[in-house]
Design a protein around this ligand. Structure first.
Ligand code: NAP
Length: 442
């Protein structure tokens, strides 16, 4: 949020005089240096002195001069970490004043008006007064699956804090603000798995944490450790270290994956795999199955950390997630099914409901496979081509040389979960594609 504010003020006050446009950074630097003359003065005195700098005199005058002074003073007094993030009200007042007085500042200053209005909306949305937050979810909160979890949490009445890498990216988060209850009970804050302590502010004071963010990449572009393994494993531990600091924490739900169960070379096709099975780390390394390796190592690391630190952890292991998508763009797993061979499939709504179920159920413990049905790719296309004859679905795929397996999902079912069918998940997915114009007819 601090970033949104400083960007907004930067665009608005770009010009120190009409002949030589100045960036806000250079104005801050000059004004701050003006206030730094005496080392013994308090931060308030320095800020007041900085405000007297002739370099910003043109901004202090005029119909919005008072609002500018309040915002600028607050910004200068803000700590290095929070630069401006605690100054939402004066910035919003300033922006409102500029809107009401379009001639208050020079044309240069007001050039990016549309962008400023958008940013003001974002600031206002993020600044909605909050009551006590009962729950914190996703760290992976901007993609379809996390979006669906947020949707379900809001519908269940929870207050939700979602962490995203860029809360100002409307393309990624705009759809979240349209969810029922979002204006009243959703807050988005900035956090990155690879920044130590990045989740502290979001997690402190919450009762529940859903950790869903993880890189979903088949192949790294330059370095598997940097791009996939570290964000997954160290990122999970980073989040859990923030959880450890929260005395109110009740339970953490980690989104793992059914792939942490089924990638091994000793599967007995006659015995359905259950939560006691772990994918082989050696096998994943040997065949460079990096995503599965990252999810397996991350979940194992989470169990070790939570056991050592007495954190109530439950992990959910969804199979391939299918269903309607809330964001306008398709997510990273919307790709070629041929490659996957035999897969379990699960409806996105069931995944969100299962997260909430294992969070709320008092006796939930350990790992939970979350999957409706396992199908070979040929079985899948046979169902789909028959159901949607007008869609260009191949009749057959090349047979993949993979071991056959089934999942035993009785553990989650014993908590009351009832899974939607493969037909329902694809019906909903295709209806959503049609609505979004991604396919024209069925
Ligand atoms: N899709 C499936 O079928 C499936 C099945 C089982 C489990 N899962 C699990 O579900 C979760 C989401 O998967 P998805 O399919 O929705 O994949 P996705 O679309 O690629 O989403 C991954 C999410 O992780 C976030 N992320 C990645 N690196 C990050 C970092 N360094 N800091 C903060 N956030 C970071 C991404 O944020 P940005 O948007 O900022 O990039 C994105 O929101 C993952 O844990 C995945 O393993 C998925």
């Amino acid at each position: 949020m601090g970033q949104v504010q400083s960007d907004a003020i930067e665009n608005q006050f770009q010009s120190a005089d009409d002949s030589q446009p100045r960036s806000l950074d250079s104005l801050i630097a000059e004004a701050a240096a003006y206030g730094e003359d005496s080392e013994n003065e308090s931060i308030d005195e320095k800020a007041r002195k900085a405000l007297e700098c002739p370099c910003i005199a043109h901004l202090r005058g005029g119909p919005c001069g008072n609002q500018f002074s309040d915002a600028f003073l607050c910004f200068l007094k803000s700590t290095a970490e929070e630069k401006g993030s605690d100054c939402v009200s004066p910035f919003v007042a300033l922006q409102s004043c500029i809107k009401a007085n379009p001639n208050a500042f020079s044309k240069d200053v007001l050039e990016d008006d549309d962008d400023d209005v958008r940013k003001q909306d974002e600031v206002q949305k993020e600044d909605t007064p909050k009551q006590e937050y009962r729950i914190i979810p996703p760290i992976w909160s901007v993609e379809s699956k996390a979006s669906w979890l947020i949707k379900r949490l809001l519908l269940s009445g929870y207050h939700v804090i979602g962490t995203v890498r860029d809360p100002g990216n409307q393309k990624k988060v705009g759809h979240l603000w349209k969810l029922q209850g979002a204006k009243e009970r959703l807050r988005l804050v900035k956090a990155n798995l690879t920044d130590e302590g990045s989740f502290d502010d979001a997690i402190i004071g919450c009762e529940g944490v859903f950790h869903t963010a993880s890189p979903v990449l088949g192949k790294p572009t330059f370095d598997v450790t940097v791009e996939i393994l570290n964000p997954a494993v160290d990122g999970t531990l980073n989040v859990l270290r923030s959880c450890k600091k929260n005395p109110r924490l009740r339970r953490v739900v980690l989104t793992s994956s059914s792939s942490t169960v089924r990638v091994r070379d000793d599967i007995d096709p006659n015995i359905p795999l259950d939560e006691s099975s772990w994918s082989s780390v050696d096998f994943c390394k040997k065949f460079e199955i990096w995503y599965v390796l990252s999810k397996t190592l991350a979940e194992k690391a989470a169990w070790e950390f939570c056991e050592q630190n007495n954190i109530d952890l439950v992990t959910l292991l969804p199979s391939f997630i299918i269903g309607p998508s809330l964001p306008p763009e398709l997510c990273s797993t919307a790709d070629d099914f041929e490659f996957h061979g035999r897969m379990g499939y699960v409806h996105i709504d069931d995944v969100a409901l299962s997260h909430i179920l294992v969070y709320e159920h008092p006796s939930a413990h350990g790992r939970y496979l979350c999957s409706s049905k396992v199908l070979d790719n040929n079985q899948l296309v046979s169902v789909l081509s028959e159901r949607y004859p007008s869609l260009p679905i191949p009749k057959r795929f090349k047979k993949q040389d993979r071991p056959s397996y089934e999942f035993n999902i009785s553990k989650l079912e014993s908590l009351g979960m009832k899974f939607k069918s493969v037909e329902e998940m694809f019906d909903d997915c295709i209806a959503c594609f049609k609505e979004g114009g991604l396919i024209s007819s069925i």
